[in-house]
Design a binder for this molecule. Structure first.
Ligand SMILES: [Zn+2]
Length: 392
């Protein structure tokens, strides 16, 4: 079960509606008891209040989104509203236990600062990058985080926060966030593409996140889009994968390759610093021909990848998020990017699918991972309640 450590006496305390005013040190180790007191009504009297000082009656969920640079923390209510958030540097070299301990401290601070009551938290969601074993709660080999390999992060976080923890891939969690409260909230299914350093993603079908048998579900960046002998190498080492064509890293690499044959491009002036996907988008918005060619190529390869997954699962919506979204619908380039993808899909899809498939940008930004992780925790919590009710 992917539910983490749940001591039965603690769990009963949350499901029977008590709010923790009877915290008993005999039930908890001394250090944990001190920690829980921070969250208890002893230091945070009464139910949580929102910015208008109205009590928050909803059960609360905490989302923890681990990234290579920062760990983001969010407190989410039962409807998916993000009511408080915080973050801290991952300090990758200090290892995962440091991050777990720091998350505990920062969450305590956040609840105290926002006058929230930790007793209302019923479950925690956790998203981490890289490969993982979701069933075992293990983070396996996160990229660029060598000190984090093979760490039982789900159970360590569950111990630290004294709540069941639901564990997910970070991009999958973000996809679920967009499905729950973001751009795909009105749809039954979506495929989410995060365009950043790599290409991540997630698939949600009828409220079910597809995390897969080997915790590799939704790895859309590793769909093969180029079978040529000179196909580009993906970060995973294999040739022709979407990530090597449609990530922010890939577009910058391609720009360097094409710049010598485009002496008029304004991108030459960007070379004094470090050329970025954002600068390419800005240059295209100003009419730069090379920048537009680069973006078109990204869109064309994305269409190839989307066609494969769309023909497999027939989703209602495809969303694009991450660092490389070209100003979204607010810019001519952002709108044109979606149109270009739609045109590339036209010969590949059944007409009814092509006509009705929604192509849209994600709306939750960098909060998607936290909100989605919290949403997955909420879903698992509801399943636990349902199965307990059945057993009773
Ligand atoms: Zn790959």
């Amino acid at each position: 079960m992917a539910g983490g450590i749940i001591a039965s006496h603690r769990f009963r305390g949350r499901t029977d509606g008590t709010r923790g005013n009877g915290l008993n040190c005999a039930n908890f180790p001394p250090g944990l008891y001190c920690f829980l007191r921070l969250f208890s009504p002893l230091s945070s009297p009464g139910p949580s209040v929102n910015s208008t000082q109205e009590p928050i009656q909803s059960p609360l969920f905490v989302g923890v989104d681990v990234g290579g640079t920062n760990v983001k923390l969010g407190v989410v209510d039962d409807r998916g509203a993000l009511i408080a958030k915080s973050d801290f540097p991952t300090c990758e070299d200090l290892g995962p236990q440091y991050a777990v301990d720091e998350a505990r401290e920062r969450i305590a601070e956040l609840f105290a600062r926002k006058r929230l009551d930790y007793a209302q938290v019923v479950a925690v969601g956790l998203g981490t990058p890289g490969t993982m074993d979701i069933k075992q709660g293990m983070i396996l080999e996160p990229p660029n985080m060598p000190g984090w390999r093979h760490f039982p992060i789900r159970d360590r976080l569950s111990e630290a926060l004294d709540r069941p923890v639901t564990f997910a891939n970070d991009a999958n969690a973000a996809a679920f966030g967009e499905f729950w409260t973001g751009s795909a909230a009105q749809y039954d299914s979506l495929v989410f593409f995060t365009l950043g350093t790599g290409v991540g993603g997630g698939i949600v079908i009828h409220n079910l996140l597809v995390d897969g048998e080997h915790s590799l579900g939704g790895e859309v960046g590793h769909i093969r889009v180029d079978w040529g002998a000179d196909a580009r190498r993906c970060s995973c080492g294999r040739p022709g994968h979407l990530e090597a064509y449609s990530s922010a890293t890939a577009i910058v690499k391609r720009a360097h390759e094409w710049l010598p044959s485009h002496p008029q491009s304004v991108l030459h002036t960007c070379l004094e610093g470090e050329l970025t996907a954002k600068e390419i988008g800005d240059a295209a918005e100003r009419g730069d021909r090379l920048a537009q060619l680069l973006i078109n190529e990204v869109a064309d390869y994305l269409a190839r990848g989307i066609a494969i997954v769309a023909n497999t699962i027939d989703p209602r919506a495809i969303l694009f998020g991450g660092a490389m979204t070209f100003g979204k619908r607010e810019t001519r380039v952002g709108r044109g990017f979606l149109e270009r993808i739609r045109a590339g899909l036209q010969p590949e899809l059944f007409p009814q699918m092509h006509q009705q498939l929604v192509l849209e940008y994600a709306s939750l930004g960098s909060d998607a991972g936290c909100i989605g992780a919290a949403g997955l925790a909420r879903k698992e919590h509801q399943q636990r309640i349902a199965s307990q009710t059945k057993a009773d």
